[in-house]
Design a protein around this ligand. Structure first.
Ligand SMILES: [Zn+2]
Length: 581
């Protein structure tokens, strides 16, 4: 067993490598082929088994409302009487495919009997469904039969193991589906929505398997209200999903992997693309979506098939513009013709861009496609990136930017970058002197829109000019800037010095002394003479008198004044400390 597994893995890896290299070699440069139709990120198929009676009258109109195509895996013995309706459905794009004649589990039958089931079911469908070929099968009970026999009639077979199918399945005869309805976990619209979301994540293919609808007696019925709600969700999110029949998705995958595209130039305005494949074009006949990078100098493109204009779209993916179109391989030539070269408008810019000198600048911006930046109005070579203005020097510089759409470059829009010079620092007086405990006033400076700081650089400005605190001796630096035309100047510094008070000591003799007052402010007598107050007997001058023995109301001298002289009588020799401020 181990030996067989190892060998198989080796062969598979080699096969993948070989396939990839062939694909890359087959598609012309500048072209991409869509993993799914119209480059949708994921594919979804809705398959209905067993011809349950509500599938055609109730489910199908819900899909037809949006143009979504279903697959009906029909059991021949259960489809009698339904052929006119199934034919009409097929003509509307739905797929009628095989679910055998008798719905017998193939794995329980002889190979010969399997051949009868596989051949006759296909033949009966092809007889009744005259507009299409039956090419896919769903195995009864999801059990595959004899692979060689199945391959004689069908290009793919469906099982129901509940997985999302890879973009390129490893085995087209074991395509997984997800059983819906009340026997499992896929019952509500939300369950369906979550399942397709997982396919979107995997960029893969989600195949739903539905039997009964509402109360039609079919296996594992699904409520039509949930199907309807889910289809409304798909309609909202259809940009993410290609909804295709089981057979068409199989065909698409095989064609996409087998396709070759060769391009030849007819003229500077016209290219020819030829899509071919080596697989059977009588079966593999669905359109495959290609896109080509818009050629340089082209403003747009039209696509013709055999001289008839066909639908194409211009798409931009990751900054690259493409023309996208469908082609069925082996049908002939598609011509891609340039539309008239048109003028492309210059990008939208904001100008002028203002900076203050020495500020940190960011790269210039503009709104447009494939921007190119220049330092000249015409000519010159585009810069490698959007320029970042230098703010070293005051002055103005003009930059230019163009956009390129469909290979056509626009005229250039100008952006003037002006670097405003910084104003000088405000004029200040420094240092500011205070004696400890003095009453301080707010600092001042001369300038416009002053901002005060406690730091030389950085930090947040104060809400107002600071008032120095004088409680502690020392020096504190404050900083102030001015702002002119949004540009803030460097900061001027103001040192605030708080100095200790000066004490003048005068020795007094017992008895009368004559002293002058050095205190700058009027001071209460007891406070001014606090250093000798216990010795003071009398203080007087020509105007007023104090005696320590008087009742207070008789003392007319209650305070001393700067510069005046006083007679002081003390009871003993002592030192008078005047605290000069
Ligand atoms: Zn069945």
């Amino acid at each position: 067993m181990l030996m067989r597994c190892s060998k198989k893995i080796f062969v598979t890896l080699f096969g993948c490598f070989f396939t990839i290299s062939v694909i890359q070699a087959q598609i012309a440069t500048n072209y991409q082929v869509g993993t799914w139709y119209q480059f949708k990120p994921a594919a979804v198929s809705y398959t209905f088994d067993d011809n349950c009676s509500n599938q055609l009258p109730i489910a199908m109109p819900m899909f037809d409302k949006y143009g979504y195509k279903m697959t009906f895996f029909s059991v021949i013995n259960w489809a009698s009487g339904l052929w006119p309706q199934l034919l009409a459905a097929s003509k509307n794009g739905h797929e009628i495919a095989s679910h055998t004649v008798t719905h017998t589990d193939l794995s329980t039958m002889t190979v010969a009997n399997q051949d009868v089931e596989l051949k006759n079911s296909q033949a009966t469908i092809n007889t009744n469904i005259t507009n299409a070929k039956c090419v896919t099968i769903a195995y009864p009970n999801c059990n595959i039969g004899d692979l060689t026999t199945i391959k004689k009639y069908y290009i793919a077979g469906r099982i129901c193991s509940g997985q999302i199918v890879a973009a390129t399945p490893s085995d087209f005869y074991n395509i997984s589906s997800n059983i819906c309805g009340n026997t499992g976990s896929l019952q509500t619209a939300q369950n369906f929505n979550d399942k397709v979301s997982s396919a979107l994540t995997a960029k893969g293919w989600c195949v739903f398997l539905i039997h009964g609808v509402d109360g039609d007696g079919g296996y594992s019925p699904t409520q039509s209200t949930e199907i309807s709600s889910h289809l409304a969700y798909m309609n909202t999110n259809i940009a993410n999903y290609w909804i295709g029949t089981f057979g068409n998705v199989v065909k698409y995958i095989k064609e996409r992997n087998a396709a070759s595209l060769v391009e030849t130039t007819i003229s500077k305005d016209s290219l020819q693309a030829v899509v071919t494949q080596t697989i059977d074009s009588s079966i593999y006949n669905v359109p495959v979506t290609f896109r080509r990078v818009m050629p340089t100098g082209w403003a747009g493109a039209k696509v013709y098939f055999k001289n008839t204009l066909i639908t194409s779209t211009t798409v931009t993916v990751s900054g690259t513009t493409y023309v996208m179109f469908d082609a069925i391989p082996n049908r002939g030539n598609n011509y891609i013709v340039n539309t008239a070269i048109t003028t492309v408008a210059a990008p939208t810019v904001t100008t002028p861009v203002l900076y203050c000198q020495s500020a940190t600048a960011t790269a210039l911006t503009a709104t447009g496609t494939a921007l190119k930046w220049y330092t000249a109005a015409t000519g010159g070579t585009a810069l490698t990136a959007a320029p970042i203005p230098s703010t070293t020097t005051a002055g103005s510089t003009t930059y230019y930017v163009s956009q390129t759409v469909g290979g056509v470059e626009s005229s250039r829009a100008a952006i003037v970058v002006t670097i405003n010079a910084l104003p000088s620092a405000p004029t200040v007086t420094s240092p500011v002197q205070y004696v400890q405990a003095a009453v301080a006033t707010a600092l001042t400076a001369t300038g416009t829109s002053l901002k005060w700081y406690t730091a030389a650089t950085g930090g947040v400005s104060l809400t107002a000019a600071p008032v120095p605190v004088t409680t502690t001796v020392g020096t504190t630096n404050y900083y102030v800037s001015q702002t002119v035309a949004t540009c803030e100047s460097p900061r001027a510094s103001i040192a605030v010095n708080i100095t200790a008070p000066v004490i003048v000591t005068i020795p007094l003799k017992a008895g009368w002394n004559y002293i002058g007052c050095p205190i700058s402010a009027t001071t209460a007598l007891a406070s001014a003479l606090s250093s000798i107050w216990s010795n003071v007997l009398i203080v007087k001058n020509l105007d007023a008198f104090y005696s320590s023995t008087n009742v207070p109301a008789l003392n007319t001298l209650t305070e001393v004044v700067w510069g005046q002289g006083y007679y002081v009588k003390v009871s003993a020799a002592c030192n008078l400390d005047w605290i000069a401020r």
